[in-house]
Write a protein that binds this ligand. Structure first.
Ligand SMILES: *[C@@H]1O[C@H](CO)[C@@H](O)[C@H](O)[C@H]1NC(C)=O
Ligand SMILES: *[C@@H]1O[C@H](CO)[C@@H](O)[C@H](O)[C@H]1NC(C)=O
Ligand SMILES: [Ca+2]
Ligand SMILES: [Ca+2]
Length: 387
């Protein structure tokens, strides 16, 4: 069996001493990785000879594609009411055209300097398509059904779960807790189908975002769908909805007109989430109003993987379609999650960012896909009108 080591860094928790978490089965690292209480959860690199889940998937996908031209791609299944419905839930694979342009990426008034939120810099992105929604459990199950893809959390046999969401049964089986962040626990048998461990399931949550998916899993899914992950610049451009120097996709007010616009944490973290925004834990990917770009839940609900490697040093010069560093150890994630609260993780802002290793998985981390052109089989009916 592969020995998995988790390293957790919590350097920038506002009210905690910067430190690394260590448990009986976890090792700490000395690098004070700027992180988020929402979890910079890492796995150690795998043995050299082992084929990564991504490599395995690529092989599987190639096999399937070569044998069967009728592999149901997203688009062929959805938008077609004449056939049998796969589910009573509506498909949520729509994409919206994001017209490119120049915008100001990052900020000169960073909340977390260590995250590399600054400097504010001029960036141009070409037009692209972006999923309206975070990828849902239903969409991920279609991928699984077509490919039998095995996620990294399933291969490793565990994933990080937010402790208050665990059942008493599962909690009893825990042998590990993270010293400085006891709300994150590695749970055996936690994966996308079992978000809170083996005794949990997806009933009633097929329209919620898929979680416990690694960056590698996200890449495999997007590839299957004829898409790709957005770059950080694309993601942030889309998040900002054409507004200049604003915190959120709709402006600077947290709750304009006293209405909640995203799924974050209300109450005292980590003791009580009042769920005032309507949701404790994840919300359906269709919840909350769309941004003026037609996008949902860019901020809040779950963190979203982007294509870029992580760095905190950015050039202040104008850049065209930046794709981040050529290599790295961590990938950039954007948008914050249902666990974010201003007191310790004010990262549900377009400029905010955090990072995880590409094989990390947790219960508050998902993704959505982008594409240069609509996936081949996707009819225009799948796409919202240009806004
Ligand atoms: C995936 O396959 C299973 C077993 O055939 C089926 O019950 C389920 O509805 C399928 N899921 C989707 C989203 O089509
Ligand atoms: C499929 O489900 C949609 C709602 O998502 C419904 O409008 C449609 O009539 C259903 N089609 C069939 C064939 O049952
Ligand atoms: Ca909430
Ligand atoms: Ca999100």
């Amino acid at each position: 069996m592969l020995r998995v080591t988790h390293v957790i860094c919590f350097a920038s928790l506002a009210y905690l001493v910067a430190a690394t978490g260590e448990t009986c089965d976890l090792t700490s690292t000395n690098e004070p990785t700027p992180s988020c209480g929402c979890g910079a959860l890492k796995r150690k690199a795998k043995g050299k000879n082992e084929q990564s889940p991504l490599e395995k998937t690529v092989t599987i996908l190639e096999e399937i594609m070569s044998k069967d031209e009728n592999v149901p791609l997203f688009s062929e299944v959805s938008g077609d009411d004449s056939g049998q419905n796969q589910s009573e839930l509506p498909r949520t694979n729509n994409m919206v055209l994001i017209k490119g342009g120049e915008f100001t990426m990052g900020t000169d008034t960073p909340v977390f300097v260590a995250d590399g939120e600054g400097p504010a810099r001029k960036v141009t992105v070409n037009q692209f398509y972006l999923d309206v929604h975070e990828v849902s459990n239903l969409e991920f199950e279609l991928f699984f059904n077509a490919t039998k893809y095995r996620t990294e959390a399933e291969s490793f046999g565990d994933s990080f779960v937010f402790d208050p969401l665990l059942s008493e049964e599962t909690r009893k089986t825990l042998t590990q807790a993270v010293a400085v962040a006891p709300w994150w626990v590695p749970v055996k048998g936690a994966d996308w189908r079992h978000p809170e461990g083996p005794d949990s399931n997806l009933i009633g949550r097929m329209d919620h975002p898929v979680v416990h998916v690694s960056w590698n899993d996200a890449v495999a899914y997007c590839q299957w769908a004829g898409k790709r992950l957005p770059t950080e610049a694309e993601w942030e451009f889309a998040c900002r909805s054409g507004l200049h120097n604003r915190l959120y996709p709709w402006g600077n007010k947290l709750n304009p007109l006293e209405e909640h616009r995203m799924n974050i944490w209300q109450g005292n973290f980590p003791n009580e989430d009042t769920g005032e925004d309507g949701f404790k834990s994840t919300a359906p990917v269709t919840a909350f109003p769309s941004s003026s770009f037609g996008l949902k839940n860019m901020v809040g609900n779950v963190w979203e993987w982007t294509a870029d490697w992580w760095t905190i040093s950015h050039t202040g010069h104008q850049q065209d379609n930046p794709v981040g560093p050529e290599t790295g150890t961590d990938k950039v994630k954007k948008g914050g999650s249902y666990m974010c609260h201003k007191s310790y993780c004010f990262r549900y802002r377009c400029a905010a960012r955090s990072q995880n290793t590409p094989d990390s998985t947790a219960g508050n981390l998902g993704f959505r896909c982008a594409a240069n052109t609509l996936p081949k089989a996707a009819g225009t009916t799948l796409v919202k009108d240009e806004l």
